[in-house]
Design a protein around this ligand. Structure first.
Ligand code: 6PG
Length: 256
């Protein structure tokens, strides 16, 4: 595929991105509950989706008791650590009393990373049924790093070629990022969903904001680099829909 065939929507800025993502997530949630009685979502980490999660916290009317909140990836730190995605999501959303705690399925990253990955795979097998060969999320939220990583699938790492496990743990070199409020540690172990699971989703939604992502956005949408170099290009849903929500600064290098 020469470029990601996706629904690209460009909005003005991060607040507009959060609003557009809220509309899409809400539509997906209501349709999933109507058709299947529940909505399963893998939340993305980092800083971009925080504004979306804060908006969701203003919507107790959503069918939260039928919404299973999972994570696409996690840093190998305990949930109270400043770098924890579970902590970011808790502060923005899951602290709300209308979000049932039993519907929040965090990655237990306080465990040794490989153990946390195996534990999370068991959590997903319980959620999606042990008999299934791959879980199918109704929606997967994804971010994009300046280096083209998504979830915790970083360039030139073993995790990119994982084709059997649903969840894997690996060591990535950490690099401070311009907008990362949480200073990354020198080394960083990560736990992440793998490509087979991500690409089995019914819908995937990239949320990308900021001029520092512009080169990565062009590489994903218009480039032809190997997936090993730009892992986000490996997001190619087998049957699901792929949407790309970017603000104008992040989309500023696109040629079409
Ligand atoms: C993480 C995310 C990661 C993130 C991108 C973008 O755990 O950090 O899963 O893939 O989405 O690095 O991060 P920002 O939104 O902070 O730019």
């Amino acid at each position: 595929m020469s470029k990601v065939t996706s629904g690209l929507e460009v909005v003005a800025d991060l607040p507009a991105l959060a609003q557009a993502a809220l509309a899409r997530l809400t539509a997906c949630a209501l349709e999933s509950v109507r058709l299947r009685g529940r909505f399963t979502i893998a939340l993305s980490g980092g800083s971009t989706p925080r504004a979306l999660y804060q908006l969701l916290a203003q919507h107790p009317e959503l069918p939260w008791q039928h919404m299973e909140l999972c994570f696409g990836d996690e840093r190998a730190v305990p949930p109270q650590h400043p770098e924890s995605n579970a902590r970011m999501v808790h502060e923005a959303l899951t602290h709300c009393s209308f979000v049932p705690a039993e519907r929040v399925h965090r990655i237990r990253a306080e465990l040794p990373a490989r153990e946390a990955a195996a534990d999370y795979q068991h959590t997903l097998q319980t959620l999606f049924g042990h008999e299934t060969d791959l879980p199918r999320f109704d929606l997967v939220l994804l971010g994009l790093g300046p280096d083209g990583h998504t979830a915790s699938l970083f360039p030139y790492t073993q995790a990119l070629s994982e084709s059997r496990l649903w969840v894997t743990a690996h060591q990535v070199e950490a690099r401070p990022r311009p907008r990362e409020r949480r200073v990354m540690t020198q080394h960083s172990e990560r736990i992440t969903l793998t490509f087979p699971v991500l690409n089995n989703a019914r819908e995937l939604l990239f949320l990308v904001s900021g001029v520092e992502k512009a080169q990565a956005v062009r590489a994903v949408l218009e480039g032809n680099a190997e997936i090993s170099a730009i892992p986000a290009r490996g997001i190619r849903p087998s049957t699901g829909q792929l949407h790309f929500l970017a603000d104008r600064p992040a989309a500023s290098l696109l040629t079409r």
